[in-house]
Ligand binder design. Structure first.
Ligand SMILES: [Zn+2]
Length: 366
């Protein structure tokens, strides 16, 4: 199996176009056409993790955080990033990062946390804009079904838990094939009128090439007429953070204890308790201060995240309980998530969780 096969599987779950603008997810180091000898899953691709891969003789590290965010102008080993890059390249270890694109899908980092917390009725806290498009095309009556199904097969027509959604209206199309054409119906040089079905279907933006190519391949016309428009609708399955409900309300204190147990925490930084039961839980693994106001607006009782700064805690405004559980701690189960999805897809392949604890933050508790 090639590294490219593993990448294309991961990209089918969390397309790289779903990453945030500051991110650098994707194949950070390595050549995708090399054979893969084994995979190590980790949160951070530090030099220690690369060394672990070397010891195991595995040549692919699938990490959540990309080791390189910005451009490297000199690579001489003066810091941990450059050291990692040098060690990886010297030893032919590829690093693939699946970062904010994995944060932004339902079954990604936050979906995992929501399930661990036992939440139900879960949905994306802040659905992402610019992820939906619509395709219109016009097919002769007898081929409309074939064209429609080709759109569906490529991933078009999916709305929530409904698939094969489309709208179809009958009308009359006109065309005149100029010299050198070979029209499917009608004669060259004469205007032709054909009863056609206008098919319209929604599709996720990242599937555009696939959907258009599939539609064109199934379409009988030599020159296929179609329109694509960007939609202002937000894809409800794509975006940041998550919100859900506990099956039974809990006291705030019991919820904090619940968090401590599940994430094996030494400490939780939180705002003042509001002395009310909690049921609606908003969460975001990793740095999530950008979603405090969204969590508030969504009516969450608690917002569980990490990397909150002093002044950002004030944003709770006495209306929500913010619980900062630590960046590494909040995302630690991403390692299990990556390992499980890879093991499930490639059952006879060597996939390992890293044994290196990469959390750079330590707690001094006397
Ligand atoms: Zn993170």
């Amino acid at each position: 199996m090639k590294i490219a096969d593993i990448i294309s599987f991961l990209e089918s779950l969390a397309h790289p176009s779903l990453q945030e603008h500051y991110d650098n997810a994707g194949l950070v180091i390595g050549e995708k056409n090399r054979e893969c000898s084994g995979i190590i899953c980790s949160l951070d691709a530090t030099e220690e993790v690369i060394k672990e891969a070397i010891t195991k003789n595995y040549n692919l590290v699938v990490a959540h955080h990309p080791i390189i965010f910005g451009g490297l102008k000199k690579i001489n080993g003066k810091n941990y990033v450059e050291k990692t890059v040098i060690t990886a390249i010297k030893n032919d270890i590829a690093i693939y990062a699946i970062h904010t694109n994995l944060d932004n899908v339902v079954n990604g980092v936050n979906g995992r946390i929501a399930r661990l917390l036992g939440l139900e009725n879960i949905s994306i806290l802040s659905p992402k804009e610019g992820t939906l498009k619509k395709l219109f095309t016009f097919a002769p009556l007898d081929k409309a079904e074939q064209v429609r199904n080709a759109i569906f097969k490529a991933g078009g027509g999916q709305i929530g838990n409904y698939s094969e959604c489309s709208f179809n209206a009958e009308g009359v199309g006109t065309f005149k094939g100029e010299e050198g054409t070979n029209p499917y119906v009608g004669e060259v040089g004469k205007q032709h009128r054909e009863n056609e079905i206008k098919i319209e279907a929604i599709f996720p933006a990242w599937l555009e090439n696939k959907v258009v190519n599939s539609m064109k391949a199934a379409h009988p016309y030599e020159e296929v007429a179609y329109d694509i428009i960007n939609l202002a609708n937000k894809h409800q399955g794509i975006g940041s953070g998550m919100i859900g409900e506990l099956t039974e309300p809990m006291t705030e204190m019991n919820f904090l204890i619940h968090l401590k147990k599940i994430f094996n925490l030494r400490v939780i930084r939180h705002t003042a308790l509001l002395n009310r039961p909690v049921k609606k839980i908003a969460l975001c693994g990793g740095a999530g201060s950008f979603l405090v106001s969204t969590a508030l607006a969504a009516g969450a009782d608690i917002y569980t995240t990490a990397d909150m700064k002093y002044h950002e805690f004030f944003d709770a405004n006495g209306k929500i309980l913010i619980a900062d559980i630590g960046h590494y701690e909040s995302e630690q189960f991403t390692i299990d998530l990556l390992t499980e999805i890879l093991e499930q897809k490639f059952p006879n392949f060597a996939v390992l969780k890293t044994k290196v604890e990469t959390n750079p933050v330590k707690y001094f508790v006397e």
